[in-house]
Design a protein around this ligand. Structure first.
Ligand code: NAI
Ligand code: MG
Length: 353
């Protein structure tokens, strides 16, 4: 197949980790006979510096036309005090493309277990995916501010809840057929609607999927106490933001975790869950695995290349199992740099697939 992929390296370690992921996609293309055409564009601080805005119309247009978008990260101290902020580019992109479902898989690798602050016997075999609603809720509601008060409106429509719950149930069908919907229905009206709609969608359209409801505060506890039990978790924007950062600690390093942001069509935005890591930027030591695994999600969700996606995931898991670790996971002095880690994954692509 032929696919147009827009690459948005962004800031900090973004260019380092996206280069690694592009090299993996190129290798997959060669092995399986696909042509991936990459177009590199600016986003975030890099775009503010060069183009005066964090996401230019031309870049947004290129993203709209692409089959998929691969992104590094945006932001950094250089732009943190400015009026135009790098994050605005990312929010604009997600909203403009209607990317309402943010998928964040969390899987633990045996070798990485020691890097997590959580006891390893709780972590063995963790394999869950959090589906976070990404374009609604309190982050996008009306904001007001006076000298003495401030408010942020939290709003959800039936249609917004239906589509994200549907996406979660569809994912569950290819997994353990178990969805936990997280809300705060004892307090919030939006959560009561969320719970009602989730129950209906699951009962009417997914009788084969088991749906349970969990309050967000107890979910925060269970996520750490018994993470192995979860399969698919679906929740609204802010709860998902908080729970996915918490869930990332299960895997041991932010550098390992991928994400996909999807809308109605097949296109999507794929990025590691970490930020631009200014503390290690430019040193070539960032862990590229989160971005490489995001590229695997791109192959699966936007290009329909399931076999190729699994192959990349297998290559990353095998490299880590073989003890190929970057500084965020390795004991002092024994670490691979970004390029060496990417090479370790590329070698396993050759032998494993
Ligand atoms: P961060 O995720 O960039 O870094 C947190 C810590 O994890 C740092 O110590 C960093 O060195 C480490 N780390 C992150 N990714 C790593 C990797 N691949 N390999 C090894 N170590 C890694 O979060 P932080 O420091 O809070 O934010 C830095 C900048 O990134 C800020 O400007 C923030 O706004 C931005 N940011 C952007 C995001 C995005 O583009 N989606 C998401 C989160 C933050
Ligand atoms: Mg966050």
């Amino acid at each position: 197949m032929r696919a147009e992929i827009v690459v948005l390296p962004g800031d900090g370690i973004g260019p380092e980790v996206t280069a690694a992921a592009v090299s993996v996609l190129e290798s997959v293309g060669r092995r399986y006979g696909h042509t991936f055409a990459f177009t590199h564009r600016l986003i975030g601080g890099a775009a503010i510096d060069a183009e005066g805005a964090p996401l230019s119309d031309a870049t947004l247009d290129a993203c709209r036309k692409a089959d998929a978008i691969l992104l590094g990260a945006v932001g950094g101290p250089k732009w943190s005090d400015g009026k135009i902020r790098p994050e605005q580019g990312l929010l604009k992109l997600r909203k403009a493309l209607g990317l309402y479902a943010n998928l964040r898989p969390v899987k633990t690798h045996p070798v990485a277990l020691t890097a997590s602050p959580i006891k390893s016997h709780l972590l063995t075999g963790v394999d869950m995916i959090v589906v976070r609603e990404l374009t609604g809720g309190v982050y996008f509601g009306e904001k007001t501010r006076t000298d003495t008060t401030a408010s942020d409106l939290c709003e959800y429509s039936v249609a917004e809840i239906e589509r994200v719950v549907r996406r979660a149930c569809q994912l569950a069908r290819g997994r353990r057929k178990y969805v936990v919907s997280v809300d705060k229905a004892n307090v919030l009206e939006t959560s009561r609607l969320w719970r009602q709609v989730a129950s209906r969608v699951a009962a009417e359209e997914f009788p084969d999927v088991r749906l349970e409801h969990q309050l967000v505060d107890s979910m925060a506890m269970h996520l750490i106490a018994r993470p192995r039990e979860y399969d698919v978790i679906v929740t609204e924007n802010m709860f998902g933001d908080i729970l996915t950062d918490e869930a990332s600690m299960l895997a041991g390093s932010m550098g390992l975790l991928p994400s996909a942001s999807l809308g109605e069509g097949t296109s999507g935005l794929y990025e590691p869950i970490h930020g631009s890591a200014p503390d290690i930027a430019g040193r070539g030591i960032a862990n590229p695995c989160g971005t490489i695994l995001s590229a695997a999600m791109l192959l699966r969700h936007s290009l329909g290349l399931e076999q190729e996606a699994r192959c990349v995931e297998k290559a990353v898991a095998q490299a880590i199992d073989d003890g190929c670790l970057t500084a965020d996971l390795a004991p002092q002095g024994a670490a691979l740099d970004t390029l060496a880690m990417a090479k370790a994954v590329l070698q396993r692509l050759e032998t494993e697939c």
